[in-house]
Structures are given as C-alpha cells and as structure tokens.
Design a protein around this ligand. Sequence first.
Ligand SMILES: C[S@@+](CC[C@H](N)C(=O)[O-])C[C@H]1O[C@@H](n2cnc3c(N)ncnc32)[C@H](O)[C@@H]1O
Length: 221
Amino acid sequence: MDVKPPPDRLYGRVKGKKLRPRQEWLLAEFLPRLSWPDVPFAITPREIWLEVGFGGGEHAYELASRNPDVGYIAAEVFETGICSLLSRIAPDNVEHPEPLPNLRLFTDDARPLLRGMADGYLSKLFLMFPDPWPKARHAKRRFVHPELLAEAARVLRQGGEWRIASDDPTYQEWTDEVLGAQTAFAVTRATERPQGWPPTRYEAKAIAAGRQPVYWALTRL
Ligand SMILES: C[S@@+](CC[C@H](N)C(=O)[O-])C[C@H]1O[C@@H](n2cnc3c(N)ncnc32)[C@H](O)[C@@H]1O
C-alpha cells in the first residue's frame, strides 16, 4: 500500500508533554507489534474499518473489541493519544500484554493512508470530532473537504458507512454545506448520538461545556 505523504502534509508524529518511562516503553516496544501497515491483522477480516484521529482511543478500542472479525485500523498522530490507546491494550498490571488480533495503529497522517487505499477497501470510516480548523484560510486542512470526500467515496465500498461527529458550529455548517453538494452518499443528521456509536472523551468535554454535537451517518450509494 502506498502511504507516501502528499505535498500538503501537516503532521508527523506530534509530541506533547515529556513521556513517562511506561509510555516510552509502549511506543518503543509494544507499538511495533501492532503498527499498520507493517504488521498485518492476525485474523482474516470480514471487513476493514478505519478511524481517523482516535484521540484517547476509547471509541477504537470499544468497536474493535466488540467486532473481533473486523480489521480495525486506528489512526492518530498525537503521541499522548497513541500511548493512551496502547495502555488500554497493554495495561500496567498485565505482565505479558498481547495486541488485539484485529486492531492495528497507524501513527501518522491518515489522509495519505486513505489516498493509498484500493477502491472499495473500507466498509466503515469514523471521523469523531475532527480538529475544526475554524479559520477560513485553514479550510483546506479540514478532513471533511470536497477533495477528501471524493477519496472517501472511492475507498468505501457500496453500502459502506462514514460516521462524522462535530461540536464546532463552523465545522457543522461547513460539513452540512460540503455534504449538501455531493451525490456519492446518502446522509442522515442527528443531534443525539445514534445507537451503537461509542462515546468519546472529546464529546464528553464538549457536552459538559454546553456545546451541541451533530452526528452525520453517510451511506455510500
Ligand atoms: C479533537 S480530537 C478528537 C479525538 C477523538 N476522536 C475524540 O472524539 O475524543 C482530533 C484528533 O484528531 C487527530 N488528527 C488530526 N488530524 C489527523 C490526521 N490527519 N491523521 C490522524 N489523526 C489526526 C488529532 O491529533 C486529535 O487527536
């Protein structure tokens, strides 16, 4: 699979606070055992799902655990988030942790990953509370963007699903506009989290701060 970064690359791994020794160990020793695309799934997946920007990893971990026959690729660039998902899989108190057979981590920009995927490769795509890039001059960086929407439409199989959530009013308006101008997906929009969508940490913070999330479920036509 070709995952070379395009010229508009924004991210390598993004560092936060200095890591604790356990986090250093997770990145240096445990991550290479479940790093996509170097390590294939240890199952023959029924379908492949991709989550972009998994944050603390609660959504990815829950869906991958609940669906052991699905190959789940979880992408994140922020080191603290990557460590957070790794420590769900390898808790401190487990002496010989094992990767989940169906969960793999991609720790770089998810956009070139998506662009390198074959047509119809994915059955589901998750974009939960993407960075909003509220300034108009940064609109090109938004994951929901006509150009990337065409890529998502290419990579999702017919009947495949793309879930998007956002609490940011500018991003909500933008998403409604971009989705209103396309014909590749049937779209439903809700202000209550649909059944079966695991909650995320960012969502909890947004609701506690009084922001109203919007949830879009897109079906590839
Ligand atoms: C606002 S947070 C939301 C995290 C999580 N989905 C949640 O709901 O709690 C957005 C996350 O997307 C990640 N991200 C942004 N652009 C990305 C990209 N191109 N590829 C992979 N991850 C990305 C950021 O590092 C950040 O952790």
